[in-house]
Design a protein around this ligand. Structure first.
Ligand SMILES: NC(=O)c1ccc[n+]([C@@H]2O[C@H](COP(=O)([O-])OP(=O)(O)OC[C@H]3O[C@@H](n4cnc5c(N)ncnc54)[C@H](OP(=O)(O)O)[C@@H]3O)[C@@H](O)[C@H]2O)c1
Length: 300
């Protein structure tokens, strides 16, 4: 079995590559800069990958698409273009390249995001819920549409609508921990908004399950233990042994972070309906367990 991964050095990618090596695969790493990839301590096949230039791809059975400009940071017009183009045009280019291969890969598992759903209050969001409105939902709709084109030449496609990924050593948690350590942690905005999350180990296991089983279409990659943001802040404070009493008002977040603040203030009660129907077992179904593992564990 040969699995190719785009964005292999990222927060999710490096954990996935390790898991693939652990199951005795030799993954193909499609990276814009192979010289900067981490040492995975196992056999890998790095391939310089650009979303604009033609690249010869080796034989591949499965493809996992994780590349994309980080959404973190102030959303200037240039940043928004990079967020959109790296996903929409990058995925288009990937799908064109793998569609030309003979034999073709069996399956394409691509990242999408819970940002697909936008700001939805108390609504329970399963995979058949429609998209929201605004910049991120628009990007996710276009992104998933490019992924689905791989089905035309007969490749099975899975779009994982990923929630905030928790683990040590990077990602959103690392950024959230800093104010808590300074005693400045607390709920964001009203704190009433639903805040979907998933532990990185569960996400990696879900990617492997999507490759190995007959899953297709959108799948919510979110833990069943979705909580409101205030509860998340309280649990994080308790895992760190720090207070979580300093609220960050919505207007202050918007002033500091611009439009990106919406990703923290929007309410998304995302339910992993499809994964649960498929019998997927979460190793970290509750936030308390996920944070205990993430805050204590040495970085990957
Ligand atoms: N982490 C989360 O909480 C979360 C939540 C929801 C959705 N997701 C989605 O899951 C995917 C993986 O997330 P992650 O946290 O692993 O992301 P990450 O750590 O930011 O890594 C993404 C990788 O994409 C490539 N990349 C970065 N900027 C790019 C650009 N402008 N053009 C093309 N490629 C670029 C880089 O790989 P190379 O330089 O090696 O090519 C990078 O290592 C992303 O698509 C993200 O949107 C993540």
């Amino acid at each position: 079995m040969i699995t190719a991964v785009t964005g292999p050095g990222g927060f999710v990618g490096r954990a996935l590559v390790k898991a693939l090596i652990e199951r005795a695969e030799r993954p193909v790493l499609l990276s814009r800069n192979v010289a900067r990839l981490p040492d995975f301590g196992g056999a890998v096949e790095p391939v310089e990958w650009s979303s604009t230039a033609a690249t010869h791809l080796p034989r591949i059975d499965a493809v996992v698409n994780l590349a994309g400009e980080t959404i973190s940071g102030r959303w200037t017009p240039e940043k928004k273009r990079a967020i959109r183009d790296s996903r929409v045009l990058g995925t288009r280019r990937l799908v064109e390249a793998i569609s030309r291969l003979e034999p073709k890969p069996r399956v394409l598992v691509s990242a999408s995001a819970v940002g697909y759903y936008g700001d939805r209050g108390e609504e329970e969001l399963a995979e058949d819920s429609g998209p929201g409105t605004g910049f991120l939902p628009g990007v996710c709709v276009e992104w998933e549409s490019e992924v689905s084109k791989a089905a035309e030449p007969g490749i099975r496609v899975v779009m994982l609508r990923i929630a905030v990924v928790l683990d040590s050593g990077g990602g959103a948690l690392q950024q959230m921990i800093t104010p808590f350590k300074a005693g400045l942690g607390g709920p964001m905005g009203s704190g009433r908004q639903w805040f979907p999350w998933i532990h990185r180990t569960d996400l990696v296991n879900m990617i492997l399950a999507a490759i190995d089983n007959d899953w297709s279409g959108p799948v919510n990659a979110a833990s069943p233990g979705v909580v409101r943001q205030a509860e998340f802040a309280k649990a994080l404070g308790s895992a760190l042994g720090r207070p979580a009493v300093m609220p960050a008002p919505g207007f202050a977040l918007r002033l500091m972070l611009g439009e990106f603040a919406d990703t923290l203030l929007h309410s998304q009660k995302v339910i992993p309906a499809k994964a649960q129907t498929e019998g997927f077992k979460f190793r970290y179904p509750t936030l308390r367990e996920a944070l205990a593992a993430s805050v204590a564990k040495p970085s990957a």
